[in-house]
Design a protein around this ligand. Structure first.
Ligand SMILES: [Zn+2]
Length: 127
């Protein structure tokens, strides 16, 4: 059994239970702004989560500075595809293309679409 220290104990503010948890107990969802665990009383309880174990810029990222250079004409084609996609797919809020040293993103935000282009960017994935 894993030994837990005080950073892995939290008190539920609804029922006052002390809750021990491991990283596997932690959830995130788009409707709750902080990582949380579910108390037996049914409430979500905010927890501290040491994201730096998994995500630590720049050490855990890949940099694309030395990848194949993408020309501006290609990037403008990506943007046009993104705008067309968001026009046709009103339920989706983002579109992106990445290749070589470049990434282009179109993000729907309320009534506008924001377009980002980055070169020599950094990226990582977490599961
Ligand atoms: Zn509770």
């Amino acid at each position: 059994m894993e030994i837990l220290d005080n950073t892995n104990i939290v008190q539920c503010s609804y029922c006052d239970r002390l809750l021990r948890y491991t990283e596997e107990d932690i959830s995130v969802d788009e409707f709750y702004p902080h990582p949380f665990i579910i108390c037996p009383c049914g409430q979500g309880v905010k927890v501290k989560y040491d994201i730096a174990k998994e995500v630590n810029f720049p050490d855990t990222f890949t940099n694309y500075e030395n990848a194949k250079k993408i020309d501006d004409k290609t990037i403008n084609e990506w943007i046009a595809r993104g705008l067309q996609y968001l026009e046709k797919n009103k339920d989706n809020d983002y579109f992106y293309v990445s290749s070589g040293d470049s990434i282009a993103m179109c993000l729907r935000e309320a009534d506008q679409i924001d377009i980002y282009v980055a070169k020599d960017y950094w990226h990582m994935s977490i599961e």
